[in-house]
Design a binder for this molecule. Sequence first.
Ligand SMILES: Nc1ncnc2c1ncn2[C@@H]1O[C@H](COP(=O)(O)OP(=O)(O)OP(=O)(O)O)[C@@H](O)[C@H]1O
Ligand SMILES: Nc1nc2c(c(=O)[nH]1)N=C(CO)CN2
Length: 175
Amino acid sequence: MTQDTRAFIAFGANLGDAVQAHTDAIRAINALPSTRVYARSSLYRSAPVGVLGHPDYINAVLEVRTELAPHTLLDALLAIEQHHGRTRSVTVSPRTMDLDLLLFGNAQIDSATLKIPHPRMHMRAFVLLPLAEIDPALEIPGLGPLSRLLDKVADQVIHRLPPPGTTHTMENALP
Ligand SMILES: Nc1ncnc2c1ncn2[C@@H]1O[C@H](COP(=O)(O)OP(=O)(O)OP(=O)(O)O)[C@@H](O)[C@H]1O
Ligand SMILES: Nc1nc2c(c(=O)[nH]1)N=C(CO)CN2
């Protein structure tokens, strides 16, 4: 019998209706064989890291449970991105949907097409903060406790958004 693996996926979008894209991504992932979205973080907004003059990103993290193999899950995520209209003309170009596979159980993978943990996740508050919302006690294979990685990105400016449809109040307005 195949075992469910606990995997984490980063969602990002900085073009078009990002909230709708997030809903579409969850629906598409839930439609994959033997895969379900188990938990989701809030949405976060931040300036694009690594490039100037592009629109802000909306980011979030999803926890999934899946019986798929890691490469199969990655291929499915790339197909969902493409179905959603993402084109890959230039790296770090604005995109309507970016899905990165962050973690796959305790696996450490270094193949030509798939690297797990995602090689840049440890330096990105827009990944680590939503991940910590789902599981603050997470250990990142090869990198140590998530809490320690978070300390190192504490200077990055990122805003947690209230759930869609919520009236804006001072309680959910983060600095
Ligand atoms: N853990 C991973 N998750 C997603 N893609 C990965 C992963 N490891 C390797 N890749 C490869 O990276 C390619 C995706 O690159 P992509 O264009 O999404 O990068 P990017 O989103 O511009 O940058 P970044 O990866 O820094 O977020 C895929 O074709 C895939 O084969
Ligand atoms: N804030 C933010 N910056 C980025 C992001 C992202 O998702 N959010 N993704 C990138 C390449 O994938 C590059 N820079």
